[in-house]
Design a protein around this ligand. Structure first.
Ligand code: HEM
Length: 224
């Protein structure tokens, strides 16, 4: 019988996934690329390039929304108020001008990340959920720090073009939204070996992000 993920270990799944990725969260947050970009050492070109890479990640996350919306595991997480692709496109058009689509080339690390999301979206809804968690809950949290810094560093319109990706217009109370999101995580019917597999996938999701930062860091070291 399927039980709530929390019942097999006594710890809610939302806590398990946060704890499982805590160390990696810190590594991602303090990666050289993030530090240099948010420290103002890299310039707006790096932010533009980073935003372009995110386009591929969110395209993969949002491409299968229609099919996943009716999935018993992934369905509760597929919420139109989270959709980021249109905001990313507005930001890219602002930051890159008319040719932004031609500039949009995935780094190998980005392509690998997007490919893994797609695999999960098509074959493993619980795996998809932890990819979803890693990005959207992060955007609602630390993403707000990135937005504030980007606005100041590059004189971008506050909550406007360039940083729309970080502005969730349709979510009036992010703290409440995150609380409900965690409650949905805690209702996931995951236990035993599947729980371990899902936590591994969450760690993999963070690794894929760190790999991407590393690739971006390598690209911008030379232009610095
Ligand atoms: C400069 C970079 C970053 C900063 C400053 C930052 C900061 C934060 C902060 C302060 C929280 C806690 C919010 C709360 O308690 O509600 C948070 C949560 C989170 N962050 Fe980050 N973060 C950064 C990068 C990232 C990255 C790169 C990822 C993964 C792609 C990520 C994923 C998450 C997730 C999933 C959560 C939710 C944790 C949970 O409560 O379950 N963050 N972040």
């Amino acid at each position: 019988m399927l039980t709530e993920s929390s019942t097999s270990t006594g710890t809610p799944f939302s806590t398990l996934v946060r704890t499982a990725t805590e160390q990696q969260h810190s590594e991602a947050e303090h990666s050289t690329f993030m530090r240099d970009m948010l420290g103002g050492q890299l310039g707006v070109q790096a932010f533009y390039r980073y935003t372009g890479q995110l386009w591929f990640v969110y395209e993969a996350l949002e491409k299968h929304s229609a099919a996943l919306a009716s999935d018993p595991v992934a369905g509760p997480f597929v919420r139109p108020e989270l959709d980021r692709l249109a905001s990313l496109e507005a930001d890219l058009a602002y930051l890159g001008g008319a040719n932004w689509r031609e500039d949009l080339v995935p780094l190998p690390a980005t392509a690998a990340y997007a490919e893994r999301i797609e695999e999960c979206a098509q074959q493993w809804p619980a795996g998809y959920v932890v990819h979803h968690y890693t990005r959207y809950l992060g955007d609602l949290s630390g993403g707000q720090v990135i937005r504030g810094t980007a606005e100041k560093l590059w004189d971008l319109p506050k909550k406007g073009d360039g940083v729309r990706f970080y502005v969730f217009e349709a979510i009036s109370n992010p703290a409440a939204f995150k609380r409900e999101y965690r409650e949905s995580l805690d209702r996931l019917p995951i236990e035993g070996a599947e729980l371990e597999r899902v936590l591994d996938e969450a760690r993999r999701a963070f690794t894929l992000n760190t790999d991407l930062f590393q690739a971006l860091g390598a690209e911008f070291v030379t232009s610095n």
